[in-house]
Design a protein around this ligand. Structure first.
Ligand code: OTU
Length: 650
């Protein structure tokens, strides 16, 4: 949009900039800046218009974008143009993601290159290398307490090593996702050190208070994120003689986005990693970006404005780069991180689908898809040009953030049902084979979350210990069933390292004084490459899991109905153990796939009468695209084997 006030400001900025611009090749940059400038100006004005130095900061922001564009390597500029042309590229079913901790997976970044073959064997083409930036050793929160946003942790390598990895990934058609921890820094970050030494400029980078008056007001409505290891949301810093806001761990200082300088610094950092070849930037803890007394300090409107502004800025300099929103919040709130009232994403193109993840674990524990069916219906439709990141496990805990109302509709009492789930997964339930560990127990509210590796939660650990072949088979089937759902649901599946070979819990963290209090480390094991080799031994557990998953990935890539174009229909069926939905491709092939998951440990019948009316099951057999088998239909019934799935062409 053309608007005079902002445009004349842009003219001023450009005149000022002309002096330092040596690069004449700014045509694409200028066009994008012109297109986005009014939006950038208005958002920046809404957030920071009251500041006396507003105009100066606006200049600083545009300078940052320009400088970053000038530093953007030519091949990445070309990629930006290609992605502008093929703007739906990331909605394709061809993408399959994998998240790993570099140190645990491969020792370092050089080692990671040596294991790309393993990932390619599985069919992976999007790699989320979790935080690899410099952190204090003893207070790292798994890389989420960053000391230097531009320095790779010497433990895993150097910027050169990352550049080499990027080159290799690009050569192999693989995408790279990197984290930018936008909400907080380590208390050893240079800004925190300056703040601590009394520098007011840097104290204004954080939420710093002389006494408890304001912190107490905040505390009234703020929940605790890590109640066991870091109760409360403020920490007393003796050197500074002040309280500082620390929502997560006490050594993670929350950044103050009321200060435009903070916003500009973080945009600069995002673009730094975009220029080093990140195709996707995972924005950590985005729900927390704006703090307001009297609120939970999550999902505030301004947090969305900040993300819109980050997106608009990134589009000017590096439009090919996507954002992932890591917002583990209720479905109605998550959906807003794509942006509202739009077709293409205004904030983040991709968001973690924590709702699906937690509901899948509910189905495993209850052996029923009742809550899963209800919960999925509560997720509002997302934007056309945005997509989910679907996962069964990740490096964090499993939070039971279901809607109380849905739990009631499923026939359970919300409090008791959550307690049942925690008991079920932490070994306090007779009928359970799961071997998880509680995480984040809140003594006051009674809440708790669940940690544990996918395989251990699915019962593999106890089954192996009991040397029980039937239980082992059930666990393997559960592992594959969960993956079949995240691969078929719609969105980019994200596989967690170790899960493709059934990695069990790793309790060695208990011996590490810096990790022992954070039970999430139980599912952040060192990758066992000897175990990974067993995937080639026929009949081994590793082979069953790996080859099942590998086949699924290969098949997914060939099914155009699995691309994400809001092309899913949930189908209501009588049998409560079954989760049934269809995926269709109306654009190219007119094909349809019926996805069926049976969460019970016994075979379950699906009455196909009603589905016939919807155009399914018009023949005597149906073809399962995963196994390639033709399945006989008996009259009006299809029998779905225990803990199994079908991807049917009917
Ligand atoms: C994120 O997590 C990271 O994924 C965690 O590994 C970090 O510890 C945390 O931020 C702090 O950087 O912010 O929006 O239940 O789900 O901490 C959700 C806890 C987050 C995590 C929560 C999460």
């Amino acid at each position: 949009m053309y608007e005079q006030v902002s445009h004349s400001m842009l003219n001023d900025i450009l005149i000022e900039l002309e002096h330092d611009i040596k690069d004449k090749n700014l045509q694409h940059f200028y066009i994008r800046l012109g297109a986005n400038f009014y939006a950038i100006y208005s958002l920046f004005h809404q957030l920071y218009g009251q500041r006396p130095n507003f105009k100066h900061q606006m200049h600083q922001l545009v300078k940052t974008l320009t400088r970053s564009y000038m530093a953007r390597p030519q091949p990445l500029r070309k990629l930006d143009l290609a992605r502008e042309k093929d703007h739906n590229w990331f909605l394709s079913q061809k993408w399959v993601g994998y998240a790993l901790y570099c140190k645990e997976f491969s020792g370092d970044l050089v080692g990671l290159q040596k294991h790309l073959g393993y990932l390619q064997d599985l069919g992976i083409n999007m790699l989320h290398v979790m935080p690899i930036l410099d952190c204090p050793k003893d207070k790292s929160d798994g890389g989420y307490a960053v000391r230097d946003f531009r320095k790779i942790s010497p433990e895993v390598g150097s910027l050169n090593d990352l550049d080499a990895l990027v080159k290799n990934l690009k050569k192999n058609g693989m995408l790279l996702a990197l984290d930018v921890v936008v909400n907080h820094t380590s208390d050893e970050h240079e800004w925190a050190i300056k703040a601590r030494s009394g520098d007011k400029t840097y104290q204004d980078y954080y939420h710093v208070y002389d006494n408890r008056e304001i912190p107490d007001m905040f505390e009234e409505t703020m929940p605790e994120i890590f109640p066991e290891t870091s109760p409360g949301n403020f920490t007393w810093d003796a050197d500074m003689g002040k309280w500082v806001m620390t929502v997560f761990n006490s050594f993670q200082w929350d950044l103050n986005y009321k200060n435009p300088a903070v916003f500009i610094e973080m945009v600069d950092i995002i673009l730094f990693w975009a220029n080093h070849g990140a195709d996707i930037v995972r924005l950590d803890a985005v729900a927390f970006l704006w703090k307001k007394i009297g609120s939970t300090c999550q999902n505030e409107r301004e947090a969305h404005l900040i993300l819109q502004l980050m997106k608009d800025c990134c589009q000017v300099t590096a439009p090919g780069v996507l954002f992932i929103a890591e917002a583990i919040v209720a479905p109605v709130e998550v959906i807003k991180y794509f942006g509202e009232d739009a077709i293409n994403a205004k904030e983040c193109e991709i968001a973690y689908n924590a709702t699906l993840m937690a509901l899948l674990w509910d189905a495993v524990a209850t052996k029923k898809a009742t809550l899963l069916n209800l919960g999925i219906r509560s997720i509002p439709d997302k934007l056309e040009r945005a997509t989910w990141l679907n996962y069964a496990r990740c490096h964090d805990d499993i939070g039971l953030g279901f809607d109380d109302n849905d739990i009631r509709l499923a026939g359970y009492d919300p409090r008791l049902h959550r307690k049942f789930l925690v008991d079920y997964y932490t070994g306090n339930h007779k009928a359970s084979s799961a071997r998880g560990v509680a995480f984040g127990i809140n003594r006051r509210s009674g809440d708790a979350r669940i940690a544990g590796s996918l395989a251990s939660l699915a019962g593999l650990e106890s089954a192996i210990e009991a040397n029980d072949p039937i239980a082992i088979q059930e666990a393997v089937r559960t592992i594959l069933l969960l993956h079949s759902m995240i691969l078929a649901f719609g969105g980019i599946p994200l596989i967690y390292y170790g899960d493709a070979i059934g990695a069990l819990n790793d309790i060695s963290y208990l011996l590490d004084e810096y990790k022992q209090k954070d039970s999430r480390w139980v599912h952040r094991p060192k990758m066992n490459w000897d175990k990974a080799k067993l995937r080639n031994i026929h009949g081994s557990i590793e082979q069953k899991v790996f080859s099942g998953l590998k086949k699924m990935i290969a098949v997914r890539k060939e099914i155009s109905a699995f691309a994400d174009h809001n092309n899913r229909e949930l189908l209501e069926v009588e049998n409560p153990h079954l989760f049934v939905f269809s995926r269709f491709d109306n654009i190219n092939t007119n094909s349809r796939v019926l996805v069926i998951g049976n969460f019970d440990s016994r075979p379950q019948p699906l009455n196909i009468e009603a589905l016939r009316k919807k155009g399914f099951f018009q023949h005597h057999t149906a073809r399962d695209l995963h196994s390639g088998d033709n399945i006989e239909l008996q009259d009006n019934t299809l029998e779905v084997p225990a803990l199994s799935f079908y991807w049917l062409q009917t």
